[in-house]
Design a binder for this molecule. Sequence first.
Ligand code: UD1
Ligand code: CA
Length: 474
Amino acid sequence: MSESRVSAVLVLAAGEGTRMKSRVPKVVHPLCGRSMLGHALAVAGELDPERLVVVVGHGRDQVSAEAAGQAPDALIVVQDQQLGTGHAVRMVTEALGVFQGTVVVTYGDMPLLRGQTLRELVDVHSGSGNAVTVLTARGNPAGYGRIVRDADGSFLRIVEERDATPAELAIDEYNSGCYAFDGVLLADVIKRVTTDNTQQQEYLTDVVQILRGDGHPIGTVLAADVTEIAGVNDRVQLAAARRALNDRILEHWMRAGVTIIDPASTWVDVTVTIGQDAEIGPQTQLTGATAIGAGARIGPGCLLEDTVVGEDAVLLHAVCRQAEIGAGATVGPYAFLRPGTLIGQDAHIGCHVELKNAHVGVGAKVPHLTYVGDANIGTGANIGAGTIFANYDGVAKNHTDVGEHAFVGSNSVLVAPVAVGDGAYTAAGSVIAEDVAPGDLGIARGRQHNSQGWVERNRVGTRSAEAAKRVRSE
Ligand code: UD1
Ligand code: CA
């Protein structure tokens, strides 16, 4: 039974989330590389359901766009007015009809829920023949609906906190808001839910009691880890959820053989991968599609977005966006690698160097105080301190080529489009606006002229003049 495919997962995400105090709908707020809704959809996707449905209402344009971005196959159902969780599910059955088989309901604001937990819920449900199986938790039940049982412990119904008696309020088992339903029965009973409660809403929780009244078996699964059940309602809870999810991600990588020096100041998105024996230093954030090779050392102080780092590379105080760094390369301290930067194997990028759309060849060096934009630097080339690749003429971006084993003198300006050939040199301080052929030396600077005795003649009585005079009289 447990292999039977889930026919639908319904993700409820129509609520307003007023406590976020945000222009952005609550479920679109991000943590650890995905929006809350993105996490919900990823977890739902792990069940491989035939249909994935998102119920949207408040901020529906933004929420629908987010859903489409994260799960292009998801079906969107609009709940115009938020008349309760039961009403939300009724809107789905009215729009899409009856689902045969198991229907899972979950929320868009539970980013800590694990796919494995939903899988267990589904497995218990399909193995039991229940009409509904409710995921419950035990702990501080404040704010949650309580699981009401009779004297011998069988599950009777769910009562909302607002509607509970003092005795019911004392129950420490509570409703997570996640359920596995028999789809056919759900479509039938959802029509019979009333608004007879303090909030005058259609409660999905009432379905439990109705199904039981009809003589159907109902059941619960107790969540092993209650932190998974926590919903996010404000930015304080969002920060707590982010911290918890980050801890989980870091633990995963440490157990996979990654050294993390300071987990408290290290942030890694769910989408990142890290190779064995890599070492992540303090104050480091790895985001998006970043992939760190085995044995690489990242940090302290690195921010990497969508960046691929080769094996054994070393990055220190670097900001890298959509860059690729070859095996054994060294970057930083204080380097800025912008999109399209490709650093070859064993190359070195040093202090206060910025690169954009630049390919740096194997073993090449850009060690100090340099801007490289729209350029190719050949294998083994050396770019002297303070070199500027002047790629922008005020209208267009132009390309620069520096050949293999070329040597660009310190404080050169390479005015693009321009090429410095293989094995060519440029003299320090040159403004190179014309190509330098392979093996040539390009010099483009004013010739030096020394005016003899100028200081003694023109700066009479100064310490400089006295110093010069002393040397002359020796
Ligand atoms: C609900 C449960 C409660 C459970 C708790 C767990 C009901 C009646 N109560 O309470 O037993 O302990 O969740 O967190 O179901 N939503 C819609 N449309 C609506 C109303 C809500 O899409 O009309 C969505 C919200 O966006 C949210 C989720 O459903 O993602 C839960 O809604 P919320 O109002 O927060 O339910 P609770 O009162 O917390
Ligand atoms: Ca809630």
